[in-house]
Ligand binder design. Structure first.
Ligand SMILES: O=C(O)CCC(=O)C(=O)O
Ligand SMILES: [Fe+2]
Length: 363
């Protein structure tokens, strides 16, 4: 595969030593694929505690570089051009989201990130349009860059989910059945750009507000600090330090619900890159694997005694509802719709956008 011209970015200043970071477990993808039981145990520990982990030996370096460089080119387009592809206010995920289109807190503070979501349905059907069309540079890279990246990222997410599936005691392949690549879903590749902050900083210096991810598993590649997690049981935000050759993976809401709260969908946000890194524009590349749109969200209690027990215990202890009575498609659409500035009418609307956040007031 041709490698695009090397990144036009200057070398970044190092991640400072003196900021609080969250120590994530590092999981070796090669070992997981090879069936190493100890490594699978470690993955289950990561997914049931922090809900976040580093993944190394993932074999995606080239595809990530290409996506990263494509992202930089896409976001150079003039805003009016990008706005032709804006996702709109109805809860659709596919397309462009301008900076300032999302709220970051109950008061209606505005976010500072722009992103382009390229949905799995469109990536594999292209040149047929399933959800929406994209800027010409995105469409021109669909077959050469976005499809190879998506294919590998999906595989990586599903292999990790296979391990979690088996550790939960589900029948083999249960999670795969709910995440079929050829079924309609909101799964998507995303390129994210955050400009350097203006002189007064951003609203509370948050670029993307505190949230849990909507879907099942996310894979994040970034090079500058800024991603922070608010771990369960913690009382502060901590940075996740980007490590070369590692991606950051995390569990989202739909796996939390399907597992009766065993798998942890943790609160995170994008804040000011630390120290001298804050002077730079920040980009990241993500892949979100989400269930097929028609999957009814509920703890799969009849498929696993472990999940049945956890769902009942967690419901009693925290009041968490593991049968929200919606499909995965509806879950994602609601979360997107109410985080949009245009749909935010009162502080109460903040809660309409929330998912499984353990502390919905933390921003
Ligand atoms: O840019 C990042 O590091 C993470 C972005 C994120 O959390 C998201 O897009 O859901
Ligand atoms: Fe996220």
């Amino acid at each position: 595969m041709p490698v695009l011209a090397s990144s036009p970015y200057p070398a970044y200043p190092p991640f400072p030593e003196d900021v609080p970071t969250h120590p994530l477990l590092t999981i070796d993808y090669n070992l997981i694929k090879g069936g190493d039981e100890k490594e699978k145990d470690r993955l289950f520990v990561a997914a049931t505690t922090a809900g976040f982990w580093y993944l190394k030996n993932h074999g995606l370096d080239e595809e990530l570089d290409e996506m990263f460089n494509l992202g930089i080119q896409v976001m150079k387009a003039p805003l009016p051009e990008l706005m032709k592809y804006e996702q709109g206010d109805s809860g659709l995920s596919a397309g462009y989201k301008a900076a300032g289109a999302y709220i970051t807190d109950r008061t209606g503070g505005k976010d500072a990130v722009e992103f382009m979501n390229i949905t799995q349905d469109d990536v594999f059907a292209w040149p047929k349009v399933v959800r929406c069309s994209y800027p010409s540079i995105v469409e021109a890279s669909m077959e050469s860059v976005i499809r190879p990246f998506s294919r590998k990222a999906i595989d990586l997410n599903l292999v990790c989910m296979d391990v979690l599936n088996d550790k939960l005691g589900f029948p083999p392949g249960k999670f795969r059945e709910l995440h079929k690549v050829d079924a309609l879903s909101t799964s998507e590749a995303r390129i994210v750009r955050t400009p350097p902050p203006p002189p007064g900083g951003w609203n509370k210096n948050v670029a993307l507000g505190a949230h849990t991810d909507f879907g099942s598993m996310s894979l994040v590649h970034n090079r500058l600090g800024g991603l922070q997690v608010y771990a369960k049981g913690s009382d502060r935000w901590q940075y996740v330090k980007p490590l070369p050759g590692h991606v950051v993976c995390n569990v989202g809401d739909t796996l939390n619900i399907l597992s009766g709260g065993v798998l942890q969908s943790n609160l995170h946000r994008v804040a000011l890159p630390p120290g001298a890194q804050s002077a730079f524009e920040r980009c990241s590349v993500t892949y979100f694997t989400r269930p097929s749109d028609d999957v009814v969200l509920r703890a799969l209690t009849e498929d696993s005694p472990l999940v049945a027990e956890a769902a009942s215990k967690n419901n009693q202890e925290t009041g968490m509802n593991f049968e929200p009575g919606v499909t995965a498609g509806q879950w994602v659409a609601r979360r997107i719709k109410y985080v949009r500035v245009n749909n935010h009418k009162s502080p109460e609307d903040w809660f309409s956008a929330r998912g499984t956040e353990h502390q919905p007031l933390i921003t």
